[in-house]
Design a protein around this ligand. Sequence first.
Ligand SMILES: [Zn+2]
Ligand SMILES: [Zn+2]
Length: 418
Amino acid sequence: MSAGPGLVACPHCGSLHRRIPLEPGGAAVCSLCGYVLYRVSRLPLSAWIGLVLGALLVFGIANAFPIVSLSFKGLTVEASLPGALLLTWRNGDYGLAVLTGLFGFWFPLTQLLVTLWALLVIRSGRLPHDFHFGMRLLSLSIPWSMLPVVMLAIIVALVKFAGFATVHVQPAIWAFAILTVLFTILARMTPYRLWFYAEDAGLVVATRDDILNARFIGACECCGHLVSLQSAGQAVRCPRCRSVVHYRHEQGRVRAWAFLFTAVIAYLPANLLPIMRIRAVGTDESHTILGGVIELWQLGSWDLALVVFVASVAVPITKLLALFLLLVKKHWVNAAMQRQRTRLYELVEFIGQWSMLDVFVVVLLGAMANFSGLSQISAQPGAFAFGVVVVFTMFAAMSFDPRRGWDQRFTSSTRVIA
Ligand SMILES: [Zn+2]
Ligand SMILES: [Zn+2]
């Protein structure tokens, strides 16, 4: 792929750059804030298509077959992700079933299907008129597509269960392991990148230099196209993908505060209320998040106890504190500090979804322990409250506009950094 001559704006600091051709495997880094602006893949388009096709096949296996079968006192239970979702729904935990179904099934599937379609139409050399719609759907799906977290939840659930029943692994567990790798690779195939492919193939226009005469330059957050704005408060539709483009996030700070506040409120029941109830012959006990960590520790899996502690206790607190720090001060004193602030924001974005771990564990355990008359694990209100914390901290991070912190460096004249 040869890079075109277009201009790009850094999503994290708003500075403008000219897109220069890179070697395959290369990455262009923003000289102001250090954010990776774009990469050039070593793989040709056809290899990416093969990769997504493979991922779709493995995704089918992961959901059509059981993850494990468990034997206990002559009874056998097979647990699969769709089965676990259905059971959670039937138990009346609708919120939990919907959250897990969206993040563990629908968003990953949408990501795969839309990416495949986009790659195929770009290769065919003709973009359909609804290409922009697909790209907006993809940018919506990627942050909420949490397959690697489901895989970690499977491992945690299995360790919790290994002592109680005889566990036989089934094909879907290997499928989820392969998907974890594939989704980690595919996370790089963002709408931005697909628009670059389309730009380089001459299928859509690149941003031209006359944009530099504009009073304010807005960067489309879906396709990266730059548009001219009369004022900082103006909103226009991107001519390329029809998304609404603002100079900066409209009311971003206010919305981020509101989401953060909601997350903090939900954080209390998430930790104080039990997340699951275990009923077996002779026992009926409820577990909180911290109780689950202690139980893993007592089972001898100190390593996994540590992983769950980090994902469920340390990560949410870090996220809440980091968002508070980002929001409480509009910008930090100098460029070096501001760069640290950008790294902090990237950390919040990166760790965002991992706290869903315990929510997925509860849903999976429900399916694994479903031995009629012998044992049952059901979700409790704490699990849904925890899901709410994760969702609202992610909303808060999305509303926050990291570019605002850099605005003090710029006057109304716009510059292009090489
Ligand atoms: Zn930057
Ligand atoms: Zn656009």
